[in-house]
Design a protein around this ligand. Structure first.
Ligand code: G3H
Ligand code: 13P
Ligand code: NA
Ligand code: ZN
Length: 328
């Protein structure tokens, strides 16, 4: 059944678990996530970015979600818009059956330029008014995702700030977070603490200097009843990097967010954990392996099936690690 982000995260908070929010842009990713949710008996957040909506098309995406929720009526599913950039994008998501929207006002509508507090507050507040009138939840974001190692905002995949930022922008200010939640009425708050999107988050295993988990702890202390969201939460597993590279890929040495750091976040109010890159890596690893080992194959089902299986395994591991398993 389809549920809102608020309903799901309230339950997660009550039972002290986190929920992975997996990005989806095609049928195979949807089938893999749902198969994993079923196997783990876990509720799930499916999220589509503006790019995913453009890729699949809103009508196909909406029917895909209908199909997936009908196929697994026993699994609670929240359908969420990832990184909405304005009122219209959020409104059309709602028209297409999304039960939750993110208004990312940490950046201007171009998705690149860091926005000031007043812009973020005002646009987020109007999305909250509109979405709540429709019974839909809202995630806001305060602080800009980017690397504390380089001071650069997200650069990969063509989204995020690309200019040099200072630490006050890259780390969410706990006092400002308190004000932002009070002034906007968001259901969940995404914060910045050193993660970034994509495969290249850290050049070494992250420590407290480049992954600022203490910021989450301080925000949770001030906002114990606010559901926190961690973006850029892929772990970028070494074994998946190795499979890709051993079958002709070229992933440069890199580190993601260790699962134990996410577990630490979950103990401090993190309820929604955004993961896209790990699933992309899993599918690519399986496809490269299958095509290399069976060069005579050309039926897409022959490589998409192992791709779904490898992705579902990543999803199952996250449901287990975040304590989501068993809560459907
Ligand atoms: O926000 C980041 C997600 O990984 C979605 O990425 O905009 O390439 O679909 P995308
Ligand atoms: P990753 O690139 O780390 O998977 O992050 C995804 C994300 O934050 C989507 O909003
Ligand atoms: Na952002
Ligand atoms: Zn994100």
């Amino acid at each position: 059944a389809r549920i809102t982000l608020r309903q799901l995260l309230d339950h997660a908070a009550e039972h002290s678990y986190g929920v992975p929010a997996f990005n989806i842009s095609n049928m195979e990713q949807g089938l893999a996530i749902m198969a994993a949710a079923k196997a783990s008996n876990a509720p799930v957040i499916l999220q589509a970015s503006r790019g995913a909506r453009a890729y699949a098309g809103d009508r196909v995406l909406a029917r895909l979600i209908d199909g997936l929720t009908e196929m697994y009526p026993e699994i609670p599913v929240c359908m969420h818009l990832d990184h909405g950039n304005g009122l219209a994008t959020c409104a059309t998501a709602i028209q297409n059956g999304f039960t939750s929207v993110m208004m990312d006002g940490s950046l201007k509508a171009d998705g690149k330029t860091p926005a000031d507090y007043a812009y973020n507050r005002d646009i987020t507040k109007s999305v909250v008014e509109m979405a709540h009138a429709c019974g839909v939840s809202v995630e806001g974001e305060l602080g800009v995702l980017g690397s504390l190692e380089t001071g650069m905002g997200d650069q990969e995949d063509g989204h995020g700030a690309t200019e040099k930022l200072d630490e006050s922008q890259l780390l969410t200010d706990p006092e400002e977070a308190q004000r932002f939640v009070a002034e906007t009425g968001v259901d969940a708050l995404a914060i910045a603490m050193g993660t970034s999107h994509g495969a290249y988050k850290f050049t070494r295993k992250p420590d407290g200097n480049i992954l600022a988990m203490h910021v989450i702890e301080e925000i949770h202390r001030r906002l114990p009843n606010t559901h926190l969201v961690m973006h850029g939460s892929s772990s970028v597993p070494e074994d998946l990097q190795a499979i890709i590279n051993s079958y002709g890929g070229d992933i440069k040495p890199t580190w993601g967010v260790p699962v134990e750091e996410i577990q630490r976040g979950i103990r401090s109010g993190v309820r929604k954990v955004n993961i896209d890159t790990d699933n992309r890596l899993a599918m690519t690893a399986a496809i490269r392996k299958t095509l290399a080992e069976e060069p005579e194959e050309f039926d897409p089902r022959k490589y998409m099936k192992p791709a779904m299986e490898m992705m579902a395994e990543v999803c199952r591991q996250r449901f287990e690690a975040f304590g989501t398993a068993g809560h459907a």
